[in-house]
Design a protein around this ligand. Structure first.
Ligand SMILES: Cc1ncc(COP(=O)(O)O)c(C=O)c1O
Length: 391
């Protein structure tokens, strides 16, 4: 008998490019090379102490057993209240806990997408989206915004009609660009989805990381958006909880109930210890520690904005949110006769700086630098990039 073969569906799915780049940078470091990684979207701060203590307390108190698959009633209630921060009003049964934003997105897509359904992905997008859509049998469709980084109502309506799309996935503040739309721009997207009957999957995992005068606005905060939007959020990025694997999904009750049934069969409850820690995030009364972390990201953002624009061949519009800079490297690429993928490879091997090529986000010619790294590392990385490009 021949060897067993993997499913056709699994063969269509690629590995997470950002995780692959981080793993490669880690392997080079283990090999003794002094690589600076600006590849990963992972805060360099530890999990805040009260949250970590809540996790330790949960272990000591024996909160280590199965919970309800969609989260403890206490957590769902606290999370519903926490969503009010974003002007979103949900009942506890319109919110569920998940093992991070990734499972939240996957369960929600599984609850909404039928075989062959087309799902719009405005570019630039997080590389997991097309893979997730394919995983649940859908067909991802790239949509290039007509005017930069934020899709207009017409962009969405035209693409929805052309492709008979059932839904759209948006992510603001955006990874990789840091773009933060105004309330009017979000409302226009809601109107576009409403006019064409699409659902909106709104990944708001960076909602608390907005700078200058920007304000995060959720499509679900609009009357027409409330019943057609599924919101993904959590403390992963704002509270340095990448390893805890905990997040939230919120939306119309029937969609949450469907996602909860799927989660109960595929995953079971998110980690009971992490749920207790997440309760601490939801109930956090004092924002001062969070504001301190945000101010550190802001300082790095401003540094990178100035320093990158001082390097010939690179341009950077001031990022508005999250902790990413999407650097326009088209001139630098053209000068060397290479594309962004080759430039990223050369930066890693020759300058020992790990970045992610814009091609991974369907945005060729650009490089994504994460500024969830120390100022020290950012300064060194900028020096190395400048030195490399001046050769
Ligand atoms: C846009 C976006 N959504 C979701 C995630 C994943 O979040 P989690 O670790 O909670 O699954 C990330 C992490 O990089 C992200 O950038």
């Amino acid at each position: 008998m021949g060897a067993i073969s993997t499913s056709l569906r699994s063969q269509q799915i690629s590995t997470s490019i950002t995780l692959a780049i981080s793993a490669r940078a880690a392997a080079m470091r283990a090999d003794g090379q002094d690589v600076i990684s600006l590849g990963a979207g992972e805060p360099d701060f530890p999990t805040p102490e009260p949250i970590a203590d809540a996790g330790v307390g949960a272990i000591r108190d024996g909160k280590t057993r199965y919970t309800a698959a969609s989260g403890t009633p206490q957590l769902r209630k606290a999370a519903a209240k926490w969503f009010e921060r974003f002007d979103l009003h949900y009942a506890p049964d319109e919110v569920m806990a998940t093992a991070g934003a990734k499972p939240a997105l996957t369960m929600a897509l599984m609850a909404l997408v039928n075989e062959g359904d087309r799902v719009l992905l405005p570019t630039p997008y997080w590389p997991s989206y097309p893979e997730m859509v394919k995983m649940v049998g859908g067909v991802p469709v790239d949509v290039t915004p007509s005017d930069g980084l934020i899709p207009t109502r017409e962009d969405l309506e035209n693409a929805a009609r052309e492709h008979d799309a059932k839904g759209v996935m948006i992510n603001f503040p955006n990874n990789p660009s840091g773009a933060v739309p105004t309330g009017d721009q979000i409302e226009a997207m809601v109107d576009g989805a409403d006019a064409t009957g699409m659902w909106i999957m709104s990944d708001e995992i960076y909602a608390r990381l907005v700078y200058d005068d920007n304000v995060h606005v959720s499509p679900a905060s609009f009357e027409k958006g409330r019943d057609r939007t599924i919101v993904v959020n959590g403390g992963t990025k704002s509270h340095s909880m990448t390893g805890w694997r905990i997040g939230f999904l919120a939306g119309p009750k029937d969609v949450i109930a469907a996602a909860a049934r799927l989660q109960s069969q595929a995953i079971g409850n998110p980690c009971s210890i992490s749920q207790e820690a997440a309760l601490e995030v939801c109930n956090e009364a004092d924002d001062s520690e969070f504001e301190r972390r945000k101010a550190a990201f802001d300082e790095r953002r401003q540094f990178l904005h100035e320093a990158i624009n001082a390097i010939p061949g690179l341009k950077l519009d001031r990022p508005q949110g999250a902790f990413y800079a999407l650097v326009d490297a088209r001139e630098a690429c053209a000068a060397r006769g290479i594309d962004d993928v080759a430039l990223t490879e050369q930066l890693l091997v020759e300058a020992l700086v790990a970045a992610v090529p814009g091609t991974a986000f369907a945005f060729p010619g650009f490089l994504r630098l994460s500024y969830a790294a120390s100022m020290d590392d950012l300064e060194k990385a900028v020096d190395r990039i400048r030195g490399f490009l001046s050769k």
